[in-house]
Design a protein around this ligand. Structure first.
Ligand SMILES: Nc1ccn([C@@H]2O[C@H](COP(=O)(O)OP(=O)(O)OP(=O)(O)O)[C@@H](O)[C@H]2O)c(=O)n1
Ligand SMILES: C[C@](O)(CO)[C@H](O)COP(=O)(O)O
Length: 377
């Protein structure tokens, strides 16, 4: 099925103000039009209908996307017609017509409109009116309007290409949208449940609403895991999560062998797809011999911060018969909170034995497994 999108963007955005037409203004780090185009980027063809003065800007904004630029007309319907004519030489089966000023449209909604075209020649999203409707004169209410069967229309409005092209060619003009044009030509239009998020940026306040929606979407959550083992050797203490614990044996390793802190550090690197401690602090490098593992953990936390992430929580399990971890867990938590700069209630440190099974059960070493979550919003 060949589907094309026509994004109408030739308006001047006078009601939104702000100097630049609204489709070229910034919304959460990208121009409004870029968000809209990316929502349709899974389709093979996009016609972006623009004002001739905006060509350079439009070329910039559509870079890397399957976009053809077409000059629009003095009103929305004229711009839609220009888009439809641009497709006439290699006509698609179906066409989706969308306002550039609705950048928060979801893939789910686009797909729902396309699917609805299997059962009707036209399909468009809409939301039932839920507020009371009044008539008014100046600041005085003059009556109440029945809202039964009333809908707020959205885009994309989808059609079989040949039919909507003919409908637009035959229409005398002045239609509110393409559904009106289609109905005037006798085409049935199915209503697809619309989305509140699919708002049209019309006035200045709509930028803040659209921004909040984009920010919600932009939350980036990363989960990582880490696993480490160190063997026991001669010594009289171990260092776990930065806390020195007297013990009949020590842990062996190139650094201070803090197996718990290593597992947490690897979980953080893992969440960033940044390998493990060995990649950043090679064991072949003599400068890390006997190093405090705090250096590694700080590096991972700082790397996450530099990428805009916050460490949301850490969960560590130490696996050993001895030393007993419980009595030291509060100190370990405090130390890990100090190093990472996150609240102690976001750090979980617990332990288990392995029921005397395996290398940890035979007290040949300590194992540690950790999970960490990074959040960027
Ligand atoms: N001559 C026109 C007028 C409007 N549009 C497009 O139609 C959509 C809906 O129009 P609206 O939100 O009213 O945008 P503007 O016409 O830009 O806004 P205003 O009326 O405030 O100037 C927008 O994507 C707009 O770019 C268009 O392509 N060509
Ligand atoms: C097509 C439309 O988006 C449906 O809600 C809307 O009518 C276009 O905006 P305008 O402000 O009416 O031009």
């Amino acid at each position: 099925m060949d589907i094309a999108a026509i994004i109408v963007a030739a308006g001047r955005g006078t009601r939104a103000g702000g100097g630049l037409p609204k489709q070229w203004r910034d919304l959460a780090g990208r121009p409004v039009a870029r968000w809209t185009l990316e929502a349709f980027a899974h389709l093979p063809r996009i016609i972006l209908v623009i004002h001739p003065d905006d060509r350079a800007r439009a070329e910039d904004v559509s870079e890397g996307l399957p976009v053809t630029l077409i000059d629009g007309a003095a009103d929305r319907a004229g711009s839609v017609r220009a888009g439809l004519e641009a497709l006439a030489e290699t006509p698609p089966d179906r066409v989706l017509i969308h306002d550039v000023a609705r950048p928060c449209v979801s893939r789910r909604l686009i797909d729902a409109v396309v699917e609805a075209l299997d059962r009707a020649p036209g399909a468009a999203p809409a939301l039932p009116v839920t507020d009371a409707l009044w008539t008014g004169a100046g600041d005085i209410v003059t009556g109440t309007q029945d809202r039964t069967g009333l809908f707020r229309a959205q885009t994309p409005q989808g059609f079989r290409y040949a039919e909507i092209r003919a409908a637009h060619a035959a229409h005398p003009g002045g239609a509110a949208d393409d559904v009106e044009v289609a109905r005037a030509a006798g085409l049935d239009v199915a209503i697809v449940p619309g989305e509140e998020r699919n708002l049209k940026i019309t006035g200045p306040d709509d930028f803040a609403r659209a921004h909040a929606t984009m920010k919600e979407d932009a939350m980036d959550i990363r989960l990582g895991n880490g696993y480490d083992v160190h063997r026991f050797g001669p010594g009289d203490h171990v260092v776990l999560c930065g806390v020195t614990i007297p013990h009949g044996r020590g842990l062996q390793g190139h650094s201070d062998a803090d197996v718990g802190m290593h597992a947490v550090t690897d979980a953080l690197y893992g969440a960033m797809a940044e390998g493990d401690i060995g990649r950043h602090f090679p064991p072949t490098d003599p400068q890390w011999k006997g190093a405090a593992s705090e250096i590694f953990l700080r590096h991972a936390v700082d790397l996450a911060r530099s990428r805009g992430f916050t460490v949301s929580n850490v969960d560590l399990t130490l696996i050993c018969e001895r030393p007993k971890i419980g009595p030291h867990a509060p100190d370990m938590t405090a130390e890990m909170a100090r190093i990472t700069g996150i609240a102690p209630d976001r750090i979980s440190i617990k332990a288990t034995t392995s029921e005397r099974l395996g290398f940890t059960g035979r007290e040949e070493g300590i194992a540690a497994i950790a999970t960490a979550t990074l959040v960027r919003s």
